[in-house]
Ligand binder design. Structure first.
Ligand code: HSE
Length: 344
């Protein structure tokens, strides 16, 4: 399979490192993969024989720009070269996300699918806004749109719902879907510190962004919840349909009172379906120790589906970070190679 990667941020670099470390695995599994394009907004690198991963990573980690890379770097490379290249099988779309317009990723994905190129992405904006349209284009062109990285990375949330709940109606979704906020809450439980102190620790450890608003105000949780809801329950919910609250108002006293009762606060995204009305919300919930998500701690995430005929399914794991996110892209790549149908 010949791959083009769009975007050269943390997850892309981790993905290239991961592929490089998977040489033996790929040989053993008889899977042949090469990356022919890596592009960012300034240009990129093209090598028809396959980019040398370690060489490129060494070059760019020494502050070299992609466009100056001696083996195929150029400022003239654009997305159109990928579209016009009949040898490309898969586009990995990892450009910065835009949750208001979905662009430029939406156009990249749409054009690739129309050109019969599979798309794997961790880009939440266009999937939140336009999943149905993109998925229909994928079906029409007999290619796959794989989005596992958008809903919790290594946590097999989409796959669990798509494949392991097949044939059943999912009647509710409940999840701890954001590693950063879950880490902050655990830090407050363990050290009795304030919210601000826990946030600073998370930033110092590189878990929380310098501007942590998307995480701590609940938007990342809401986005993941809405994607799961729309894909698995065939809905068209938007952020406007969802009550979203974050965690920044929590105090050490809240945590202490909860601990006295053997309970824990978690930022929970919840979708319920009652009398055919689907409701979505995000906010802090106090969980009893018997709740299936009670032990989802630190950077881990967790998800619970209830269904009509397959009972309840709880998934726990998928700690947040660029390497697990890259591994979820790799998982989709392997599954596409093995003939999985994500678009149906
Ligand atoms: N910032 C997110 C988290 C990872 O903390 O889980 C990206 O979705």
């Amino acid at each position: 399979m010949n791959i083009a990667v769009l975007g050269y941020g943390g997850v892309s670099k981790a993905f290239i490192e991961l592929i490089s470390s998977k040489e033996d695995y790929l040989k053993r599994e008889k899977i042949s993969i090469q990356i022919n394009y890596i592009l960012n907004s300034k240009g990129g690198v093209y090598d028809p024989k396959g980019i040398d991963y370690n060489n490129l990573l060494n070059f760019t980690s020494n502050k070299g720009n992609l466009i100056d890379y001696p083996h195929g770097g150029s400022s003239n490379l654009t997305f159109n070269e990928i579209l016009n290249d009949k040898n490309i099988d898969i586009l990995i779309e990892l450009t910065p996300t835009n949750k208001d317009t979905g662009e430029p990723a939406f156009t990249h994905m749409k054009s690739a699918l129309e050109n019969k190129i599979h798309v794997i992405t961790g880009n939440k904006g266009p999937i939140l806004l336009n999943y149905n349209e993109l998925n229909n284009i994928a079906i029409k062109n007999n290619v796959q749109l794989a989005i596992g990285c958008t809903t919790g990375g290594a946590l097999p949330s989409i796959n669990g719902g798509l494949f392991d709940m097949a044939g059943a109606d999912i009647t509710s979704i409940e999840g701890v879907l954001n590693g950063t906020t879950n880490f902050i809450l655990k830090e407050m439980e363990d050290t009795s510190c304030t919210y601000d102190e826990a946030l600073k620790t998370a930033q110092r450890l590189g878990i929380a962004e310098a501007n942590p608003s998307l995480d701590v105000d609940g938007w990342d949780t809401a986005t993941k919840l809405l994607i799961l809801t729309n894909v698995l329950m065939k809905e068209n919910k938007t952020l406007n349909d969802t009550k979203v609250h974050g965690i920044s108002h929590i105090t050490p006293n809240h945590i202490l009172e909860a601990q006295k009762e053997n309970k824990k606060y978690k930022l929970i995204g919840r979708t319920t379906k009652e009398n055919n009305v689907v409701s979505t919300s995000v906010g802090l919930k106090l969980l009893e120790s018997t709740h299936p998500l009670y032990n989802v701690d630190g950077k881990n995430k967790g998800l619970r589906y209830t269904s009509s005929t397959l009972g309840d399914l709880t998934l726990i794991g998928g700690a947040s970070g660029v390497t697990p996110a890259a591994a979820s892209i790799f998982r989709d790549l392997i599954n596409i190679n093995n003939g999985y149908k994500f678009s149906k």
